[in-house]
Structures are given as C-alpha cells and as structure tokens.
Design a protein around this ligand. Structure first.
Ligand code: HAM
Length: 426
C-alpha cells in the first residue's frame, strides 16, 4: 500500500523536489519565523503556544456560529470520552481562553503576545488556501488607545518591510461598536430588501444570517447594488470617528500608506472599531497576506474581564510565496562548513573524535559513515553545499594534520589539526 499526503496539506522539506514547491523549503520558514520573532522582541511581545485542539464551543462563541469558519470549515470530532473538540482554525480565541483560564489578567491587565502556530480549516482546495496553514499572530490585550492600533499595524508593516516585500496595500475600515453595527445592519437590510431577488445566492443567505458580510461579496450582481449603500463609517458616533481618525493620522505620520475600504468587514464576528488587511497583488484571488482588528468585547464574552484588545494574523504560506514571487532576498539553505573524511577504519575512528571536538568548538561539521569510495563522498560534498572538505588518512593521522580543500575555489592545503578549528571559524 502506498500512502499519500492528505488533501489540502503539505510537507515542509529541506529541498522540495518540485520546482514550484520551493516555498515549502524549511530554511525559508525558519528565516521568516526568525524575522517574526525578532520584530516581536523589538516591540516587547512574548511568545505563547496553545494546544492544537480546543473545546468546539470556544470557537463557536468567539468566531460566530454563522461565519464560514464555524459553519463550514472546522475540523470537529468527538474524542473517546465523547467530548466535542475542534482543531484550532485561528489563534485569537485560544490565546484569550488561556489568559482567562490562568487568571493572568489579575496580575497584569496589559498582555502583549505573539504566536507561530498551525491552523486548520476545511477549505475548498484552491491556490493559496490550505487545510493546514500557519499563522504569525500578534495580540495586544488591555489597551483601548488608537496608538495601540497604530502600533500593531506598524509592527505588521515593519515585519513585511524587514522581509523586503514591496507594493503591498493596507486596507482599513472601522466597524464601530456593536450597537452602531446593529443600527447599520437594520439600515442595510431595509435598503437591500426591495432588491433581495437580485442578490447573489450567497448574499441572500447572508441577508438573514450575517448581513454585514454581504458588503465584501465579490459577486458582480451584489457589487452593483452595493454601490448605492452608505458606508458604515457614516454611522459612527463621535468617539468611534475620533478613534479611527487618530489611527489614520498616526499611520500618516509613520508614512504607512493605506486605503479606506468600506467593504472590509472581515470573516470573524468578534471585531469592532479598526479592522485591516494587507494584500499583495502577486497572490491572485487569495491575496490577503494577513489581517486583524480590534476585538474589545471578546474577552468578556468568553468569561474574562472587559479588556479592549487588538491583533492580527498573517499567513506564512502566502508571505513566503510573495517573497519568492517578488524575488526579494531570501537566504540560501544553511549547510555544515566542513565534511570530514577518514580514509580507512583507523582514520574514521580518529575523525569521529576530531569531529566531536570541532562541533564542541562551535564548528558545524558532518561525516559520512558509509563505506563509500572517496570519489563518491567528494560527489556528495559537491552537491551538499559544504564549504570545506578535510581528508585524513594514515599519513595525516601521524602528522596530526589534514588535507583541506575549499570547495568553491578548489584550493588545497595541508593544515595541522590544531589550526583547523580556527581556520574554519574565519
Ligand atoms: P484570518 O483573516 O482568518 O484572521 O486569517 C489571517 C491570515 O491567515 C489570512 O490573511 C491569510 O493570510 C491566512 N489564512 C487564513 N486562512 C488560510 C488558508 N486556508 N490557507 C492559507 N492561509 C490562510 C484570523 O485568523 C484572526 N485570528 C487574525 C487576528 C488575530 N485578528 C486579531 N488577532
């Protein structure tokens, strides 16, 4: 029986054999993750990791029953004790669950956290949508200031800039408070009611279940109707207007370009006030590199204190694909500096000791334990990317030396073993 990988997921390998699958090479993931960690350190955010599965109800309550994620995309199962569990489709709700459960808000209301975690959504298979995707997520909890919104967006932009991504669009909108949204929904429904039969099938369903989502419908029949709808921003009260205008003013001062997108409502129910998304043209239909917003009521809704919060989640698959698409700098795959070859059994044993000492001294080195011929081992050295090859035979053992070859220049020399470490460190 031949086993195949499940649909919609992928392996991350050191060297993916498919030329179109370079984005799955592990060193690219390590690189992007290291930049994410570095930027979070600069902003004072610390890492959190939550379990891969949670009680289903957590996601139903937070993301919302009528959202696509909860109604169609969750991997939900009963465990052996008949508990209903779900593979994490997003990171915000589990992070809040953890903080509430551990009472962490008692000591410290302000929490600044980030995560690099896989998420699971049963999506229709298409370019840019995976059933297991990976997010770099950031959550700032306990602060209602518009400065916090600007800081989160600035962190996200700083991350993308550090990666060398260009030509990105930041779309931003305000969803106001839940009360404002309720009022707006009523208005939206009354304007759309006479045109109900002309709405797309999806929007007809959303009219009853989650009518705000009609705003971000891409169906042409909906788009032409939506042209005549007043934007939600017109319904904001003074405080909500001031909030979003301060955020936009701060972004202006930071020279972060944005477009106000009145149709941006996001696919999760917990958002209010500022919402945003960063898109990249290269990605085609699934062009969102990441998105987020304020979720001021979520913690209270999940049984914790009332704490205003904001965050974002960015998809690592799409970020790496955009990096490659834009031919931005990416590091080459890391390799050991040295391949040590012992000629004959005695020399192999000797080399095995030497290599341990070199590694202890901080040199990355590898050895081939198979009984390959020297030529075959040299072929391996040529393709593996090592910088140097050191060969030790009986004669070198006696002299406590090695024959050292630089693989790019082809230059060879004899070197005392006592000087090898220092030489490679150079
Ligand atoms: P989201 O917009 O559902 O937000 O996902 C964030 C990002 O994850 C998307 O912009 C996209 O890059 C990536 N993504 C989502 N689904 C997939 C998929 N099936 N395949 C590949 N990439 C995908 C959230 O999840 C919120 N929890 C973000 C947030 C954090 N809001 C506040 N804090």
């Amino acid at each position: 029986m031949k086993y195949h990988i499940a649909k919609g997921v992928f392996d991350i390998l050191p060297d993916d054999p498919d030329p179109k699958g370079i984005w799955r090479n592990s060193h690219l993931w390590q690189y992007v993750e290291s930049i994410a960690r570095e930027i979070c350190l600069h902003y004072g955010f610390r890492e959190i990791r939550t379990p891969v599965f949670e009680h289903t109800e957590l996601f139903q309550r937070s993301i919302g029953q009528t959202t696509d994620i909860v109604s169609k995309e969750m991997y939900t199962f009963h465990d052996k004790a008949d508990r209903l569990l779900t593979l994490r489709p997003e990171g915000t709700a589990p992070v809040m669950r953890s903080l509430i459960e551990k009472n962490l808000f008692q000591k410290q209301k302000m929490q600044k956290l980030y995560y690099l975690m896989p998420m699971f959504r049963y999506e229709r298979q298409q370019q840019g949508r995976y059933r297991q995707h990976h997010q770099f997520g950031v959550e700032a909890i306990g602060n209602a200031s518009p400065y916090q919104d600007a800081e989160i967006i600035c962190l996200f932009f700083g991350f993308l800039k550090k990666l060398g991504l260009r030509g990105l669009t930041l779309q931003i909108n305000s969803l106001g408070t839940p009360e404002i949204r309720e009022e707006y929904k009523k208005e939206l429904k009354s304007i759309l009611l006479p045109h109900f039969d002309h709405l797309s099938q999806d929007s007809q369903i959303r009219y009853h279940s989650n009518c705000l989502r009609i705003l971000d419908s891409k169906a042409p029949e909906d788009r032409s109707l939506l042209k005549h709808i007043p934007p939600l921003m017109d319904f904001l009260n003074d405080a909500a207007k001031e909030h979003i205008h301060t955020v936009l003013g701060l972004l202006d001062e930071l020279h972060i370009p944005y477009v106000i997108n009145h149709s941006l409502v996001r696919g999760l129910d917990y958002y209010n006030h500022t919402v945003f998304e960063v898109t990249a043209e290269e990605l085609g239909a699934q062009n969102s590199l990441g998105g987020g917003g304020r979720y001021d009521g979520l913690i209270e809704q999940l049984g914790g204190p009332s704490l205003p919060s904001i965050g974002f989640g960015a998809g690592l698959e799409r970020i790496i694909q955009t990096l490659l698409g834009q031919q931005a700098f990416v590091p080459s795959a890391p390799h050991a500096s040295l391949l040590l070859i012992g000629l004959g059994e005695k020399a192999q044993r000797f080399c095995f000791q030497q290599i341990c000492m070199l590694r202890e001294a901080g040199i990355s080195a590898e050895m081939d334990f198979s009984d390959k011929k020297l030529k075959q081992t040299m072929n391996y050295a040529n393709t593996s990317g090592v910088e140097y090859v050191a060969i030790i035979g009986d004669e070198e053992m006696e002299k406590q030396s090695c024959k050292l070859k630089h693989m790019t220049t082809g230059q060879e020399e004899e070197l005392l073993l006592t000087r090898l470490g220092q030489r490679l460190k150079k």
